[in-house]
Design a protein around this ligand. Structure first.
Ligand code: ATP
Ligand code: MG
Length: 354
């Protein structure tokens, strides 16, 4: 099937890992008879240098025409002194908003031979494999008013959600649970917050539409504790913006390396933007040693969530696991045994498996 994919390499190692993801997707296209058409555009610091803005209209227009967007990373010391409207991160927030991406998906998996790299006990993280579905465009981060009053002596942040906004993210949570093991945990603070009470109502109402999914409700404080004491009890977690932000950073310690974590940001019609959780890593940019796995696993998410190519997505994930199992790894992973390789070789090993 023909798919149009926009690549936004951005800055630093973003450029290096995007090219790895493209190689992997080309291998998938060959093996499974798909046709992927790639078009590259600038974002972040690279766009500031070339167009004088972190998010040129041409980039926004191209993304709006795409079936999916892959983004590397933005930022770097070169632009750190720029005024705020010329910060590379502006490009990232701008493109998420322009595409109305309201659902942020972060899978977190304890890869077998990386378990010791987590600060948590190996027996706790072993077998952990969960997905956090976070609402991205509402809640406290977008409250109006958000202001100082009383000569600067009091502050107001407001938390607003419409029923519709809750429904669409809860639907994404249920759908993700259907594609995985059929368990959904809804995280809220319904003993205190009105928004959480409505959240819980919506989840209860939606249950009937997804009879194959088992749902439970956990308060956010308890969820924070369980996430690091007993992470294997979770499969899919669905939650609002602020809770999701905090829980997904907390959950990232289960894996041991930021170089392994992919993410997706989705819109209602399935169009999505896929990017690694890590940044542009200026300290290692240009050295050919970046771990391409987070970006490659983001491409796998694109196949699953935007194109419904579930077999192909699984093949990429299996490829990454099997290359790690064989002992190959990039320098960011604290593995003593096995063989340390660079970005290009790691990519080639994954392509060869496919
Ligand atoms: P940002 O503000 O964009 O999130 P950051 O400085 O907080 O950037 P990263 O750019 O993710 O974070 O880098 C954090 C550390 O992790 C750096 O030392 C970097 O070299 C390392 N790192 C990040 N991603 C990778 C990767 N894919 N491969 C190897 N090392 C990485
Ligand atoms: Mg950071």
């Amino acid at each position: 099937m023909k798919k149009h994919i926009v690549l936004l390499p951005g800055d630093g190692i973003g450029k290096e890992v995007i090219s790895s993801a493209k190689d992997v997707l080309q291998a998938i296209a060959e093996e499974y008879n798909h046709s992927f058409n790639f078009e590259t555009h600038e974002i972040g610091g690279a766009a500031i240098d070339q167009y004088g803005t972190p998010l040129p209209d041409s980039t926004v227009d191209a993304c709006k025409q795409a079936d999916a967007v892959l983004l590397g990373a933005v930022g770097g010391p070169k632009w750190d002194q720029n005024p705020s409207h010329l910060r590379p991160e502006r490009g990232l927030l701008g493109i998420r908003k322009a595409l109305d991406l309201y659902a942020n998906l972060r899978p977190i998996k304890g890869f077998k031979n990386l378990l010791h790299a987590s600060p948590l006990k190996e027996e706790v993280v072993a077998g952990s494999d969960l997905l956090i579905v976070r609402e991205l465009t509402g809640g406290l981060y977008f409250g109006t008013p958000s202001e100082r009053r009383d000569n600067g002596n009091s502050v107001v942040d407001t938390l607003t959600y419409t029923r519709k906004e809750i429904e669409r993210i809860v639907d994404k949570g249920f759908q993700a649970a259907q594609q995985r093991s059929g368990r959904l945990t809804s995280v809220d603070k319904a003993n205190v917050l009105e928004s959480s009470k409505m959240w819980r109502e919506v989840v209860e109402e939606k249950k009937a539409q997804y009879p194959d999914v088992v749902v439970d409700h956990v308060l956010v404080d308890a969820a924070a504790m369980k996430l690091i004491t007993n992470p294997t009890q979770f499969d899919v977690i669905v939650t609002e913006n602020l809770f999701g932000d905090i829980l997904s950073d907390e959950a990232s310690v289960l894996t041991g390396s930021i170089g392994m974590l992919p993410s997706a940001s989705l819109r209602e019609d399935g169009v999505g933007l896929y990017e690694p959780v890590h940044g542009s890593a200026p300290d290692i940019a240009g050295k050919g040693i970046a771990n391409p796995c987070a970006m490659i696993l983001s491409a796998a998410m694109m196949l699953r969530y935007s194109f419904d190519f579930n077999t192909e997505a699984k093949v990429i994930e299996d490829a990454v696991q099997s290359v790690l199992d064989a002992g190959y790894h990039t320098g960011d992973l604290q593995i003593e045994e096995g063989r340390q390789v660079g970005t290009a070789e790691m990519t080639k090993l994954i392509v060869d498996y496919i």
